[in-house]
Design a protein around this ligand. Structure first.
Ligand code: SAH
Length: 381
């Protein structure tokens, strides 16, 4: 394709998206951009991130406090039938200690993640949240899978701010193939997300890229779904086959380039969204985090799980920074972030949706222009 035709075609897509016209055909077009043309998309995504969310990266301290799981998801190394995994649970005091360490190091968000472990019942998790919120001035994100509605409600009361429950794929027949348990359905996963949203959580969804049988069309549907759900965060990462799971036959992890394009398109479509450059991305590509930030991501979740536990939180193998101590990890990230002309956010890194809605109204009043028009004004030359 001639360069000029290409640019005008892509610009038309960008313009439609800015005007709020989100077409599946446009998303597909962007998803299929050849690799030598993606820089144009990524540059646009960065501009939008910088404009709406600032040139800031939010660091979240991840604590993986239990790798026990009652589920049997075909893709995940924590699945209950994986007998080759040494299981662990951190004690509540240990979790509190790590949260304190994270706070001392300047982290403003603690992410509590685990397998679906009934030992950590609603009450115990509530106690952890309450104690963290009482002792440290931090936001709390939960990533504990599908739980009872009363638990979600109780944890919100205890002070939890956000909940990350990746929808994994919005293709229901593909979803079915990832789950042996007939109870675990896509509908149920989405219903959980709706409940969490209604309870006032900032919600995070997200899909894996490169699942067997997944098509680009279904990834486009994932993007449309997250837009429609108006999620606050999206965890997008490559699927990495784990040898002790039924999906071990998959030869390669998901494509880095498709992950990056998905991040960038989400940034275009949703403007203010918390988008992690995920550990999975950094695992399949040593420059994954940098590439994620260059494609419009604005969150990194360093792992603060004590190393002797961390090595057993084996969702997939050879995780990035598996044996890195947190001080050197934090320094390394800060250097990387500032070398990219970005800075580490000093705030809690809450969803900016509300803030930007105000901005928009203000903009209209002062200059008679909408946000969309602003974007067009400093559009790509
Ligand atoms: N049990 C919780 C949280 C732990 S799993 C839950 O289900 O939400 C967290 C995420 O890890 C999952 O949502 C999934 O997207 C991702 N994951 C699991 N196995 C993976 C694999 N093999 N490759 C890449 N990501 C994986």
């Amino acid at each position: 394709m001639e360069k000029e035709t290409f640019i005008s075609e892509i610009n038309e897509i960008f313009q439609r998206i800015d005007e709020g016209v989100i077409l599946k055909s446009d998303i597909l077009k962007l998803l299929t951009l050849p690799e030598d043309k993606t820089s144009y998309l990524f540059e646009r995504a960065r501009k939008i991130r910088d404009k709406f969310d600032g040139k800031e990266v939010n660091l979240r301290a991840l604590i993986e406090f239990s790798n026990y799981c009652k589920r049997n998801c075909y893709y995940c190394g924590l699945r209950r039938d994986n007998r080759n995994l040494k299981r662990y649970r951190m004690s509540i005091d240990e979790i509190l200690d790590v949260a304190g360490e994270a706070y001392e190091l300047g982290f403003k968000t603690i992410v509590l993640q685990s397998g679906e472990d009934p030992w950590f019942d609603g009450k115990k998790v509530g106690e952890i949240i309450r104690r963290i919120k009482k002792s440290y001035n931090v936001a709390v994100t939960l990533c504990l899978g599908e739980r009872e509605e009363w638990e979600y409600a109780f944890w919100k009361e205890c002070g939890a701010d956000r909940y990350l429950l990746k929808h994994e794929t919005v293709d229901s027949s593909l979803y079915r193939k990832l789950q042996p348990d007939p109870e675990m359905t896509l509908e149920r996963r989405i219903e959980n997300l709706r409940i969490l949203k209604e309870l006032g959580y900032q919600i995070g969804a997200g899909n894996m890229i490169g699942l067997p049988g997944q098509t680009l069309e279904s990834i486009a549907e994932d993007i449309l779904f997250m837009k429609e759900m108006d999620v606050d965060m999206a965890g997008i990462g490559p699927f990495i086959p784990h040898p002790n799971t039924p999906l071990s036959y998959v030869r390669k992890p998901g494509s880095v380039n498709i992950v990056l394009k998905t991040l960038a398109i989400l940034r275009l479509v949703m403007k203010t969204i918390l988008l992690p450059a995920t550990t999975a991305l950094a695992t399949v590509d040593p420059k994954g985090r940098e590439k994620g930030l260059l494609a419009g991501a604005n969150v990194i979740m360093p792992n603060l799980t004590p190393i002797h536990y961390r090595v057993h939180y084996e969702i997939y193998l050879n995780k990035r920074c598996l044996r890195e101590d947190i001080l050197s990890c934090k320094r390394c990230l800060e250097t990387m972030i500032s070398s990219m002309g970005l800075e580490v956010s000093k705030g809690f890194g809450h969803s900016r949706k509300v803030k930007n809605q105000n901005l928009k109204v203000k903009g209209q009043g002062e200059k008679g222009k909408t946000e969309v028009e602003y974007l067009k004004l400093d559009g790509i030359k």
